[in-house]
Every structure is written in C-alpha cells, then in structure tokens.
Design a protein around this ligand. Structure first.
Ligand SMILES: [Zn+2]
Length: 63
C-alpha cells in the first residue's frame, strides 16, 4: 500500500517507500511500506534510520 499524502519526506528504496507522518499524539512515526501488489509489508518505526534500514533490507516475496 503506497503511503498517503499525510506523509512527508517520502523516499523510495527499491519497492519500498519510507515516509514520516504525525502519529496523532504529538510525535512522529516513520513508516516503511512496500508498493508491490500483494506484498503487504508495512511497518512503523520510532526513528527514520530504523525505517530506512528496514526498507533497505526488505526481501520482497513478490519479486
Ligand atoms: Zn515487498
């Protein structure tokens, strides 16, 4: 599922998008989400570095 427009600073690493968005409690969450259809990988992280690392190491089962 591609990231929606609430996310800013969206980058793409392979098939995975990483973006930052407010979590609604005054903090930010950093999300990595795979754009490949039927993959469904999507996870939130406390830091941008963790989200980008997850994107870089994602082994997409669809490809
Ligand atoms: Zn994937």
């Amino acid at each position: 599922m591609p990231l929606n427009r609430r996310f800013r600073s969206v980058i793409r690493i392979g098939p995975v998008q990483v973006g930052t968005a407010p979590d609604g409690r005054g903090r930010e969450k950093h999300t990595a989400a795979c754009t490949a259809p039927r993959c469904g990988f999507c996870a939130d992280y406390d830091s941008r570095a963790a989200a980008e690392l997850a994107a870089r190491t994602h082994r997409c089962p669809v490809r």
